[in-house]
Design a protein around this ligand. Structure first.
Ligand SMILES: O=C1O[C@H](COP(=O)(O)O)[C@@H](O)[C@H](O)[C@H]1O
Length: 223
């Protein structure tokens, strides 16, 4: 496992933002556009605060969340809200955002239209993942109805999950889409998440979904 340890979270954010910007720049050298899929939650905000100032042709960067809570994008729990407020500002305000939520009662009602926008972006150029202490990543939650289908190697681009541990339905890039990204990073803070990640090594993806996306993923850790 490739783990990069940092003296603190600020150093991690600065260094990782610079790595992500460099990878996007490299991709844009050879391609018209680059896709950047990012996790929401509580971990990624400080990285976005640094990345948004990177000197990049952001108008050629397409940003999407790795997963979304099925709530309006004005809801405090919306990953889109976080990404718009912390990443799509400053220089990065020129990036194009590809949503995983659109007004509809249920995600199942709009899956084809959401997938049609994401399909041309695959494989993802750069992926920034988070992980919960329960070893979920994106919205691939252990034991959630919908997980088995989301882990399938022939899964559709998007999967709908209804974790009993969560207050809302989730929509997530399927494991094969996350795992297929050209460059993959996972960021975790604290000893509990590090221990959880170590535990995940000996568990099947059904119990530790992070397992499904770890191959060639660089792990960034700070206390
Ligand atoms: O529910 C989610 O959780 C994970 C981890 O979140 P964190 O708050 O522990 O960093 C996150 O990566 C994912 O995007 C989010 O929807």
């Amino acid at each position: 496992m490739n783990i990069v340890e940092y003296p603190d979270r600020d150093m991690l954010a600065i260094d990782l933002a610079s790595t992500l910007a460099g990878e996007l720049d490299g991709h844009l050298f050879h391609n018209d556009t680059a896709s950047l899929a990012v996790a929401g939650g509580s971990t990624t905000g400080p990285i976005f605060d640094d990345l948004c100032a990177a000197d990049l042709p952001w108008d050629r960067v397409h940003v999407l969340p790795t997963d979304e809570r099925w709530v309006p994008n004005s809801d405090p729990r919306s990953n889109e809200k976080l990404i718009r407020e912390r990443l799509l500002v400053n220089r990065a305000a020129k990036a194009r955002y590809l949503p995983l939520h659109t007004p509809a009662e249920q995600p199942e009602d709009v899956l084809p239209e959401l997938e049609a926008v994401i399909a041309p972006e695959l494989p993802l150029s750069v992926l920034l993942l988070g992980m919960g202490e329960d070893m979920h990543t994106a919205s691939l939650f252990p034991g959630a109805p919908g997980l088995e289908a989301a882990l399938d190697k022939h899964a559709p681009i998007l999967s709908v999950l209804k974790p009993q541990t969560q207050p809302e339905t989730r929509i997530s890039l399927s494991a094969r889409v996350l795992d297929g990204a050209l460059s993959k990073h996972l960021v975790i803070y604290g000893s509990k998440k590090r221990e959880a990640l170590m535990r995940a090594m000996s568990l099947p993806p059904e119990e530790a979904p992070i397992q499904a996306v770890l191959s060639e993923t660089v792990i960034h850790w700070a206390e």
